[in-house]
Design a protein around this ligand. Sequence first.
Ligand code: HEC
Ligand code: HEC
Ligand code: HEC
Ligand code: HEC
Ligand code: HEC
Length: 193
Amino acid sequence: MKKPVRLIALLVVLLGGGTLAYSMTRPRAGYEPHQPIYFQHRRMAGAPQWTKDAEGKDVNTGGFNIPCLYCHSMEYKGRHATLPSTDICMNCHSTVGQSKEWVLVLQGYWERGEPIPWVKVHDLPDYVYYDHSVHLAAKNDQGEAKLDCVDCHGTVEEMDVVTVQSAFNMGWCLDCHRKPEMNAPTDCVTCHR
Ligand code: HEC
Ligand code: HEC
Ligand code: HEC
Ligand code: HEC
Ligand code: HEC
């Protein structure tokens, strides 16, 4: 092999190996799957933003301020937060937004009676025990909630597409559990039962 060719081959091997090692230790932050409907949290849960259109009419280019819990009913006592069923969307979309491309796709699922196949953004391995309800119920000495959605998921109401905002690996869980003000258990069986 000529010298420059060998050099390129070596670089390819080094780069390939580097990516592999990186993928094995990679935190989950930034993961952004392709969803069946272009559903924008910014449009649904974000703050309204009024502007004038060409004819001087007021239009909302921001969001509709729908509370997180309207769609993610955390009252479900299981380990997982729920994703909204199509019925919840249709509470509004049987009358609102028909001219919008993705609302038609939404209606298609509803008319066919098919659930929308949302792809999970966060997905911890099954050997990890995680429960939203303990986190959302935890109170400090003043009786205030210690945590809110934003502490783990970031400002979802400003996102077009939900992405993973922190590492969501063991180090991330433990970093928070170890904070004195959190007063959360750190023994292995807490999360591996
Ligand atoms: C109008 C209904 C609606 C509202 C309001 C809403 N969401 Fe969602 N949310 C969805 C739908 C539908 C999905 C699944 C599609 C996606 O991931 O974008 C989702 C996905 C998510 C996910 C990712 C779930 C996963 O698969 O891991 C998080 C986190 C989330 N929402 C947090 C929030 C927070 C925090 C708020 C309030 C600021 C909020 N949502 C408001 C409907 C809603
Ligand atoms: C202490 C951190 C934390 C807080 C606070 C938190 N979440 Fe989560 N959330 C997680 C973790 C961790 C997962 C991944 C669970 C899994 O994959 O098993 C998750 C997953 C989700 C999912 C996907 C469905 C599921 O349960 O896997 C939704 C939707 C969601 N969260 C919404 C919310 C909303 C809405 C709030 C506020 C009311 C909130 N979360 C507060 C850590 C948090
Ligand atoms: C509380 C009422 C309400 C609920 C519930 C609701 N939406 Fe919407 N949605 C709206 C309004 C209002 C608009 C703006 C319509 C317009 O601009 O014509 C909208 C717009 C949209 C758009 C088009 C965004 C754009 O600007 O192109 C999509 C897609 C959408 N919604 C999907 C959903 C899905 C999926 C759900 C269920 C998870 C849902 N919506 C639940 C009120 C709602
Ligand atoms: C931002 C801070 C924070 C993060 C991140 C966090 N936790 Fe927690 N966790 C808490 C707090 C606060 C409590 C409740 C302490 C109390 O009882 O008041 C708690 C409690 C728990 C409990 C219940 C313990 C028990 O039996 O009482 C489990 C299980 C748990 N967390 C698992 C996890 C896992 C798994 C992760 C990572 C995927 C995680 N937590 C990430 C703050 C956090
Ligand atoms: C606060 C929650 C929490 C506690 C406490 C905890 N873990 Fe974990 N552990 C996790 C999470 C989350 C993962 C998943 C990491 C991932 O997939 O990125 C994990 C993964 C692991 C793995 C798999 C390693 C890997 O990266 O594939 C082992 C082994 C493990 N934990 C051992 C332990 C031991 C031993 C203890 C006690 C010293 C412990 N864990 C305490 C949350 C926790």
